[in-house]
Design a protein around this ligand. Structure first.
Ligand SMILES: NC(=O)c1ccc[n+]([C@@H]2O[C@H](COP(=O)([O-])OP(=O)(O)OC[C@H]3O[C@@H](n4cnc5c(N)ncnc54)[C@H](O)[C@@H]3O)[C@@H](O)[C@H]2O)c1
Length: 328
């Protein structure tokens, strides 16, 4: 009888990063189960569009699952899963002031339920999304994984610090190899409509003003989605995951692409590729804002996980081109 291939479970598969990671693994012939609750944090049409692309792959199965509802896990319990990639979350820094409960529900309750599922099903490999926001507003750069993460500025950051701590305990007690990836501002095609590059492009092209926080002085370490995809290929297809966990059960890595840029400079690039000037509305620093992010990438390099670079100029050019096709 034909042996069924063990599957990779990807949560948040209709989301920006989940979609790209899933597609990359499917192209590499992995069998993936994708789950998502398709919430309405941003336009569901974009999530459904991403899903429609994934559903074209024969080696993909989708289930509508809300991680915060434990009984929903029944839908996937018959599958043999070799690895879980958790990309589902209530994302976004600013929304945490408006709706903190959604972070508790998805990131605290949902993530806890997911870890119970791993324990129950004896799944011993986990890769989960964390964020550069765990560093709070540490003033010495670059930010290293060795820095303390005990001053979160938002509930989003607190929820991700909780994720790291809970995954650490599960890794110790239940023999789960757990890898937390602290993503630094990820952007690219099919990106999130609540993030600056998407919002700026949309407003510049439609002639609407853009609101620029901290008068454009913010500095961000941007990461193109291709870098993330490449890291997942190295971890899973090229089996770097097993190498990392030969002598340990838990690891945290900064994930960035070395694309540090000032906000005003970024806007100039978007203007260039939109072929239009932005109407700028400058405002001051907002609650929970972090002025600068910059990743220390030595751990990522030590594991030979960072080979790819996408220059911010090229990344923005590609994004604007995609946006014009997608939205106009
Ligand atoms: N995009 C970035 O720049 C960035 C930076 C740092 C960290 N992250 C983290 O990376 C991960 C992916 O981010 P993204 O940008 O793709 O966000 P996204 O919002 O596009 O994707 C998250 C997906 O999770 C789903 N989801 C939310 N709560 C759920 C629940 N309870 N049950 C099932 N599905 C649920 C949403 O519907 C969404 O499709 C998140 O954990 C996020 O916090 C992203």
């Amino acid at each position: 009888m034909k042996q069924l291939k063990n599957k990779i479970l990807i949560t948040g598969v209709a989301g920006f990063i989940g979609f790209h990671v899933a597609e990359e693994l499917l192209k590499n012939n992995e069998h993936c189960i994708g789950i998502d609750n398709i919430n309405n944090y941003y336009d569901k049409k974009l999530k459904l569009k991403r899903l429609s692309i994934l559903k074209k792959y024969k080696n993909f199965k989708f289930f509508k699952v809300d991680l915060s509802n434990q009984s929903n896990f029944k839908k996937i319990s018959k599958y043999k899963i070799k690895l879980v990639i958790n990309l589902a979350a209530q994302a976004g820094v600013r929304y945490a002031f408006e709706n903190p409960e959604s972070y508790i529900k998805s990131n605290i309750v949902g993530f806890s339920n997911l870890l119970s599922f791993l324990k129950k099903k004896k799944i011993n490999k986990l890769i989960f999304a964390s964020t550069s926001s765990v560093y709070g507003d540490i003033k010495t750069f670059p930010w290293s994984e060795k820095n303390k993460t005990n001053s979160p500025l938002t509930i989003y950051s607190s929820s991700k610090i909780f994720n790291e701590n809970l995954a650490y305990s599960y890794s110790k007690y239940f023999k789960i190899s757990a890898l937390g990836l602290r993503f630094f501002t990820v952007y690219g095609e099919f990106g999130r409509p609540d993030m600056s590059i998407f919002k700026f492009t949309k407003n510049i092209l439609s002639g609407k003003p853009i609101t620029i926080f901290n008068r454009g002085d913010h500095i961000r370490d941007f990461t193109h989605i291709d870098i993330i995809k490449d890291i997942f290929v190295k971890l899973i297809i090229n089996k770097k995951f097993e190498k990392i966990f030969k002598n340990r059960s838990f690891e945290i890595l900064n994930v960035a692409g070395g694309g540090k840029i000032k906000l005003l400079k970024l806007i100039q690039l978007i203007e260039k590729y939109c072929g239009k000037k932005a109407k700028k509305n400058f405002v001051g620093l907002q609650m929970g804002d972090i002025k600068q992010t910059e990743a220390d990438l030595s751990s990522l390099k030590k594991y030979k996980l960072l080979n790819k670079t996408v220059k911010i100029n090229d990344g923005i050019k590609r994004f604007v081109k995609w946006y014009k096709n997608y939205a106009l």
